[in-house]
Write a protein of this length. Structure first.
Ligand code: PMP
Length: 402
């Protein structure tokens, strides 16, 4: 017998399972609305032209070697990334109290950040929105946190934020709880707090001495503008909070499999930066030793060059505009069909996703009967829609809700 007999089959990861089912499905009119990746007007994955250009240039650059990066990554990348988040004129950056650590995309950032807070600050309680990205819970638990809690976020009836619930839950949080906040384009609901609401969230967090851990996986996708999408993080920094933020370049650079991320840290005392970096070095050393170079070089080279940076901003504008067009197209089709219910929320929501309000039964019905793959929560990736399939989608939704 094998000593591995003790190992039992675990549950599947819903989003990857749906993606697999989609790929295996021979139906020509199938639609993939599951995984959060950008698709162009023809339903195809899109390599950003500025990325392609940079990769071609890098391929011929014989000064680029495959030597190890430092444990905390490529310094040019972490510096540029931290400024991209906090703003070119950020006083925290100027004062030397902000720095970054290159990580394995957004997920790796969350993990390294959570481990720092647990191992060194001894924080054990973390709060995440109900609902949130389904991996937050696992990442924090694996990093050593023991008390997971949720704060109210989504009001299914009004299809908006349950703001009173959110504030009440944060008010009741014990001191030093870590509060996970989506920097913008909340996944899965597509609804962000207003600036006024962020101010109230900051008030409560200050009063209750809670620690803000921002997750920024979609900078640029909420408004089409990188600076506007960083407003909440910058506001908390301006208010004097110490915070950390997990930045992912999976979506806004289309570098999903390159695992490019930055853990941006803002602390109140610049003299503590060396100690912080030293302990982060040991955390990374014991986990994966050092990060990969290719994607970080691509991002750093683009962020460092004004012309390429502007090109990238244009790509982001284009991607977010296409998502908005699809929101409008889907709503228009549903109205044309006279589908019962209000579909305003589809155009009000922002970012890649729409939390459609379809029930689990209706969502599963779309998978089984229509070959339209979406999460059972009713979340759809808007980019899976394009001018050739939006009508089919609306018809399927129409029949599912009747
Ligand atoms: N946070 C949120 C809210 C996300 O949606 C994602 C991507 N699905 C991530 C973090 C991390 O993704 P990655 O590790 O690919 O950067």
């Amino acid at each position: 017998g094998s000593r591995f007999q003790v190992v039992q089959q675990g549950p599947p990861i819903e989003v990857f399972q749906l993606n697999r089912m989609f790929l295996d499905d021979p139906q020509p009119n199938k639609i993939n609305l599951s995984i959060g990746a950008y698709r162009d007007d023809n339903g195809k994955p899109w390599v950003l032209p500025v990325v392609r250009k940079m990769e071609k240039q890098m391929a011929d650059d014989e000064t680029l070697l495959h030597e190890y990066l430092p444990v905390l990554g490529l310094e040019q990348f972490t510096t540029l990334s931290t400024s991209m988040l906090l703003g070119q004129d950020s006083p925290a950056v100027a004062a030397g109290r902000a720095f970054g650590v290159q990580t394995l995309s957004g997920t790796g950032s969350l993990r390294v950040g959570a481990e720092l807070l647990n191992k060194h600050l001894k924080y054990t309680t973390f709060y995440y929105s109900a609902p949130t990205w389904e991996n937050h819970h696992l990442v924090f638990m694996n990093a050593g946190f023991t008390s997971p809690r949720t704060y109210r976020y989504w009001n299914a009836k009004t299809r908006s934020i349950d703001f009173d619930g959110l504030i009440e839950d944060l008010r009741a949080a014990p001191e030093n709880s870590v509060v996970l906040l989506h920097a913008c384009a909340h996944n899965p609901t597509g609804i962000d707090p207003t600036q006024e609401q962020w101010e109230k969230i900051a008030d409560v967090m200050e009063e209750r001495k809670l620690f803000p851990f921002f997750d920024s996986a979609y900078q640029g996708f909420a408004s089409g503008d990188l600076d506007r999408d960083a407003w909440a993080v910058r506001y908390f920094v301006k208010r004097g909070f110490e915070l950390i933020c997990a930045q992912s370049y999976a979506k806004n650079f289309g570098l999903y499999n390159e695992r490019v991320g930055n853990l941006a840290c803002v602390i109140s005392d610049a003299s503590l930066v060396p100690a912080m970096k030293s302990q982060l070095t040991w955390i990374v050393r014991g986990m994966y030793s050092s990060p990969p170079a290719h994607g970080a070089r691509v991002v750093a080279n683009v962020l460092a060059n004004k012309q390429l940076y502007d090109e990238w901003r244009e790509h982001i504008k284009g991607m977010s505009a296409r998502v908005i067009q699809m929101r409008e197209a889907l709503r228009a089709e549903l109205i044309k069909l006279g589908t019962p219910g209000s579909w305003e929320h589809i155009v009000k929501q922002i970012g890649l996703f729409s939390y459609t309000g379809l029930t689990q039964r209706q969502s599963e019905h779309l998978v089984q009967e229509y070959h339209i793959y979406l999460l059972k929560s009713g979340r759809i990736n808007m980019c899976g829609l394009n001018p050739s399939n939006v009508q089919y989608m609306a018809k399927a939704m129409h029949e599912a809700v009747l």
